[in-house]
Write a protein that binds this ligand. Structure first.
Ligand code: DAH
Length: 335
């Protein structure tokens, strides 16, 4: 019987596949109502003479079973650990995941390139609202109600008094209302006009500049703008100032550089003239100073404004402004 018990036990043990199977089998043999436990208890019903031998036998089977359990348990544990390690293992020979690199948008790059040059010269950076009042966008800058720049065709009106700013110039007035000269500021930002073709988008970027102090003259304007243009386009770039008109400057000028595409010989971009307009500028009109309460006898200043997309188009030889805003990765990847 005891021989059978061992054999049956070993057979059952062989089908043990997991720790759960093992603990079930342990209960079956060694539990409170287990086979071995019951055998030991039944010793009391055996005659005293046979009891020692029977006791010895069943005890040795119990020890045998316990030893087998210990062996199987240690095998199962090792297998389990092996499985766990296998499941969590990292294959260091696999190739890495490709993470595409992003980069700055060409307009953002152009903006920081331009502002960096002015910051180096000592200009501070100011910003203003894109939804602007009629007063700041036009009136305060000496652009009266009947001025062509007020044409409904050009301006996005929010209502009779509010517009999407058509230029960054209103920030000049906002800053002068709050601060006294000396002032040296540039104003980068978005502006809006109802215009759309290969050189115009309804939203584009400008950088405004303003310098006010005692004794500022047109020479200061020329010096600062020439230094800026030499930095941006190279020291051999020809620069010229042409008389022009802006309501908020007097006198006013438009600044041209020698066409960087054809070197001055004449091409599509410069329309055969050899020159391209790069920015507008002038001495701040005394009317604007009066609007912010500056003494026009004491202070003078100059202002300028430029289109960032226009400069980027020239610098990178791009012939359609809309490319900047279509977000075609093949275009953007080139910068
Ligand atoms: N605000 C003008 C425009 O959008 C550009 C400009 C011209 C700004 C002359 C100035 C300036 O400050 O002095 O066309």
């Amino acid at each position: 019987m005891t021989k059978d018990l061992k054999r049956v036990f070993l057979e059952e043990l062989r089908s043990v596949k997991s720790m759960t199977d093992l603990s079930h089998l342990r209960v079956k043999y060694l539990g409170r109502k287990g086979i071995i436990t019951l055998e030991l208890r039944s010793l009391s019903s055996i005659s005293p003479a046979d009891r020692p031998a029977a006791g010895k036998k069943i005890t040795s089977i119990k020890q045998f079973i316990e030893a087998e359990f210990a062996v199987v348990e240690s095998i199962l544990k090792r297998e389990e650990l092996q499985r766990e390690l296998q499941a969590n293992c990292i294959d260091v020979t696999l190739s890495g995941k490709f993470v595409p690199f992003g980069r700055q948008h060409p307009i953002s790059r152009m903006l920081s390139e331009i502002t960096d040059i002015f910051v180096t010269m000592g200009f501070g950076i100011e910003e203003g609202p894109e939804v602007e009042s009629d007063y700041y966008n036009f009136e305060s800058l000496n652009i009266p109600k009947d001025h062509p720049a007020r044409d409904m065709q050009d301006t996005f009106y929010i209502n009779d008094d509010m517009v999407l700013r058509t230029h960054t110039s209103p920030v000049q007035v906002r800053v002068m209302e709050k601060a006294r000269p000396p002032l040296m500021i540039i104003v980068p930002g978005k502006v809006y006009r109802r215009d759309a073709d290969i050189t115009h988008t309804p939203m584009f970027h400008q950088i405004e500049g303003l310098m006010v102090d005692r004794g500022i003259t047109f020479s200061n304007l020329k010096g600062v703008l020439e230094a800026f243009l030499y930095h941006l386009f190279g020291p051999d770039t020809p620069v010229r100032f042409r008389p022009s008109f802006f309501p908020f400057t007097e006198p006013s000028a438009e600044v041209d550089i020698g066409c960087i595409l054809c070197g001055g010989d004449g091409c599509n971009v410069c329309k055969g003239s050899g020159w391209v307009e790069i920015l507008g500028a002038g001495m701040v009109n005394p009317v604007v100073f009066e609007n912010v309460g500056y003494d026009t006898e004491e202070f003078s200043g100059f202002a300028f404004g430029m289109g960032v997309e226009r400069i980027a188009m020239l610098k990178y030889s791009i012939d359609d402004i809309r490319l900047f805003f279509e977000n075609d990765i093949r275009f953007l990847r080139q910068f």
